[in-house]
Design a protein around this ligand. Structure first.
Ligand code: NAD
Length: 428
């Protein structure tokens, strides 16, 4: 399949169009699935700590709910756009479908930079965000979750405001809550661990032992930290990580060729996943330009920062040693770069499969919250492994059978499931 690169939404649509061709979807189904079912774009006026009012832009996009209530995170980012949120909402639909959980796809965002906002100001944004969409979200409609630069605390503020509006305790209306306040054990680890479950399965297929592998990771936030934790636990060595430096407004890569020490780096990392470069140097890390993470001589690359990070401009820098790219982030590889990675014969695990651990565990959290009964961490992570592994195996079997890339095979399965749900409901 060939994909044309545009902005994130056009890229998501272009990916969908290619799959629609392969599945010979009828015009009505294509028209329905190319666009979100519903989208909300609104203003959030906030009184800042200095007494001035500032108006932030908020979004919630619900792409499709044929398979169940919508599900998706809320991102705080200064460069957030409605088109990015639309793309991410569409990818959520495919992500829920590929891992076969009974949920649809949504995404939300606020155009803001939390680095420059106090926690009280962020709380007001969270409460303001949910006041604008309270009539359009909820446990049976659309269940938000944390994402880039939002945390369990943000989710609890949103839940508290939502419950005040509804006059009831509705813990199943949001996920990613703090443990003890309706959150699930294992949720924090889920996305990163899920990435590594899929890496483990890919290495198994390639006949490579995890112990013999090295990895370079872009990002050092929630996804990256827990991916590194499990990858190291099962025997892998991470030689390079990168993160955004808020002071210098550029990213840096931190290298230790005999393996980074996760505990050590966590101690010098801020809550946004930014590593303190001066302290890292003191700990013996080599400081490189941020984009060097991709040029490392490793077996596995894990982009786990933001979208559009592996492009036609830097894909040529990927070492011939690299055998697996596991997309921890959403949309990290542009279509042009994707084609080159395929040509190089690298085993790429596509974002909506590789990073589905978060939404799987969010689904587990929702189930637990609705039952008001909570599972043990081992129970949650064991169930996560089963879901991730069976989804991976289904995709790789189809890829082999139909001679498709992993991304195309995952799309074929996911889009087919959603299209079938739309047909079964009589929508198309
Ligand atoms: P996060 O905010 O916790 O961490 C992001 C990390 O990326 C930080 O370490 C930051 O310093 C780094 N970063 C930002 N820009 C960078 C750059 N240009 N170069 C290098 N590093 C950079 O976010 P997260 O929750 O870990 O999410 C990361 C990605 O994974 C996003 O694409 C997100 O949509 C996706 N994702 C997250 C989850 C989840 O459960 N958190 C689930 C699925 C997908």
């Amino acid at each position: 399949m060939t994909y044309k690169p545009f902005n994130s939404f056009e890229m998501a649509q272009s990916q969908f169009d290619s799959v629609a061709e392969v599945l010979s979807l009828d015009e009505g189904t294509r028209e329905l699935l190319r666009y979100p079912l519903r989208e909300y774009s609104f203003a959030i006026p906030i009184r800042l700590d200095d007494g001035n009012v500032r108006v932030f832009r908020g979004f919630r996009v619900q792409h499709n709910d044929a398979r169940g209530p919508c599900k998706g995170g809320i991102r705080f980012h200064p460069l957030e756009t409605l088109d990015t949120v639309r793309a991410l909402a569409m990818w959520m639909t495919w992500k829920c479908a590929i891992v076969d959980i009974p949920l649809g796809g949504a995404k939300g965002g606020v155009v803001c930079d939390p680095h420059n906002l106090s926690m009280r100001e962020q709380e007001r944004i969270c409460r303001g965000w949910v006041r604008q969409v309270a009539q359009n979200v909820g446990p049976a409609v659309d269940i938000p979750a944390p994402d880039v630069m939002t945390s369990a605390q943000h989710m609890l503020w949103i839940l508290d405001e939502f419950e005040s509006i509804k006059g009831a305790r509705l813990p199943g209306s949001i996920t990613g809550k703090p443990v003890g306040m309706g959150g699930s054990l294992g949720r924090t680890e889920a996305t990163g661990f899920g990435v590594v479950f899929s890496v483990r399965e890919a290495l198994k297929e390639l006949g490579i032992r995890v112990k013999d592998t090295t990895a370079s990771v872009q990002g050092f936030g929630n996804v990256a930290q827990h991916a590194i934790q499990l990858y190291q636990q099962i025997g892998g060595t991470v030689t390079c990580v990168s993160s955004w430096d808020q002071d210098d407004k550029i990213s840096y890569a931190f290298r230790k060729t005999n393996g980074i020490n996760l505990e050590e780096l966590l101690k010098i990392t801020n809550r946004y996943g930014g590593i303190d470069k001066t302290k890292a140097r003191d700990f013996g890390y080599e400081l490189l330009a941020g984009d060097q993470w991709i040029e490392q001589d490793v077996d596995i690359l894990i982009p786990a920062a933001l979208e559009h990070q592996i492009t036609e401009d830097n894909v040529g820098g990927i070492s011939d040693k690299v055998k697996v790219v596991a997309e921890g982030a959403n949309g990290p590889t542009t279509p042009g770069a994707d084609a080159i990675i395929q040509k190089k014969g690298i085993f790429l695990i596509p974002d909506f499969l590789a990073n589905a651990g978060g939404v799987i565990c969010s689904y587990f959290e929702q189930v637990q919250s609705n039952m008001n009964y909570y599972w043990t961490k081992d129970d949650v992570l064991g169930r996560l492994d089963v879901k991730m592994t069976s989804a991976f195996v289904a995709v790789s079997e189809l890829a082999r059978k139909r001679n498709l890339s992993m991304r195309d095979a995952a799309y074929v399965i996911a889009v087919d499931r959603v299209a079938k749900a739309c047909r079964d409901r009589g929508w198309v």
